[in-house]
Design a binder for this molecule. Structure first.
Ligand code: DAV
Length: 367
């Protein structure tokens, strides 16, 4: 087996090595502040918790395994995490919660920037130990690649001081949440740096980071100090009442082209760097579904949560016909991948992967 090299600077250069998550032992965690804020008032998940039904775990694993084989057939090397026991509670000196989440999706936990893989702080108590699912891989990469930098952001304390208590009521309603999102009043406070890796998009020298439920301004400031050779940009998408993770909102496809969720448009005053460099920001096609699948945290906009294999080729979920059609019109070759029955485990094709190696170097796209 060839030795690992860790290298990935953006979301679109030719993909050669990737991690694909597993649904094993996936749990719906008990109530906790940041997670409750994400679950819409009318969701079938309110009040539910415990291990997910075995048949849904088996079905999601079947789809993830098929996706892994498809990538391998296209010459991409695939690694898989080693699940820990997610039924175990998480107890620290500062908090206790009865169960964990799972080892999906890796994109939330691992941020690859060049030869570094950074374990995010995370912002849910149930995800505090999630990095352990990936430690066997990190150890192997460390042994095989002399330039690999394995980093871990400071573990947060996640006391009640990290969360605004007002966000916990079930009676708030979407209108109020939209107003709060507009005012950048999110469930997380500025007590300490918090970020999920899936709030970060990599554009070579530039990192674009969403400020929302799972990433606070101190988390973004921490990233700025941690990556001194990068420009770190804070973005907001006010149309999203539950802003977690940027990858169903803003999706770069290749240098010069980004899809933007039409319900979560990038505000005009945040568009300058793209416009000045002739990047196009195009409204994404509508999702093919009116509702997410059962017991799913994410919105129907996982339609645009695509995995770019190279600047001309993109994996799109098989049922997302409008998104596939738009990709075709934009000159991308579409690889259909069935994944919808795995969405409940934490996301789509971008979410369920984490980059290890893409060809290419760190370029400045916004000089
Ligand atoms: O639209 O619910 C999902 C992003 C998952 N990483 C949404 C965001």
């Amino acid at each position: 087996m060839t030795k690992t090299i860790v290298n990935s600077w953006n979301e679109w250069d030719p993909l050669r090595h990737v991690i694909v998550g597993r649904a094993d032992d996936g749990h719906i965690p008990p109530e906790e502040p940041a997670l409750d804020a994400k679950v819409p008032e009318d969701s079938d998940m309110r009040g539910e918790w415990g291990r997910r039904p075995q048949e849904t775990i088996d079905r999601a694993n079947e789809l993830l395994d098929n996706f892994a084989s498809l990538l391998e057939k296209r010459g991409v090397r695939v690694d898989r995490p080693t699940p820990i026991d997610h039924s175990k509670p998480v107890t620290t000196p500062d908090f206790h919660t009865e169960s964990q989440f799972g080892c999906m999706p890796p994109r939330d936990v691992l941020l690859t920037v060049g030869s570094e893989m950074l374990e995010a702080t995370m912002s849910y108590r149930c995800r505090w130990f999630e990095y352990l699912n990936y430690r066997p891989l990190m150890q192997r990469y460390f042994d095989e690649d002399p330039n690999f930098r394995h980093e871990s952001a400071p573990k947060p304390r996640l006391t009640d001081a990290d969360y605004h208590p007002d966000y916990l009521s079930e009676e708030i309603g979407v209108a109020k949440r939209l107003q709060w999102a507009e005012e950048k009043f999110f469930v997380t406070t500025e007590e300490e740096p918090l970020f999920d890796a899936a709030d970060v998009l990599r554009f070579g020298r530039d990192l674009v980071v969403q400020h929302g439920f799972t990433t606070n301004l101190k988390g973004i400031e921490w990233l700025r100090r941690h990556f001194p050779d990068h420009r770190v940009h804070t973005v907001n998408f006010p149309g999203d009442p539950y802003p977690i993770h940027i990858d169903a909102t803003f999706t770069p496809l290749r240098p010069g082209l980004i899809l933007n969720n039409p319900q979560r448009r990038l505000p005009d005053d945040q568009r300058k760097m793209y416009e000045d460099n002739d990047w196009q920001i195009v409204d994404a096609a509508q999702p093919a579904h009116n509702t997410p699948p059962p017991l799913c945290y994410s919105s129907t906009w996982l339609s645009m949560n695509v995995l770019v294999l190279d600047p001309k080729t993109v994996c799109v979920e098989k049922s997302e016909v409008y998104q596939a059609e738009q990709m075709d019109k934009l000159g991308m070759e579409v690889v259909e991948v069935e994944l919808r029955d795995a969405y409940a485990f934490g996301g789509g094709l971008h979410c369920c992967t984490a980059d290890v190696y893409r060809e290419g170097t760190c370029e400045d796209y916004f000089p």
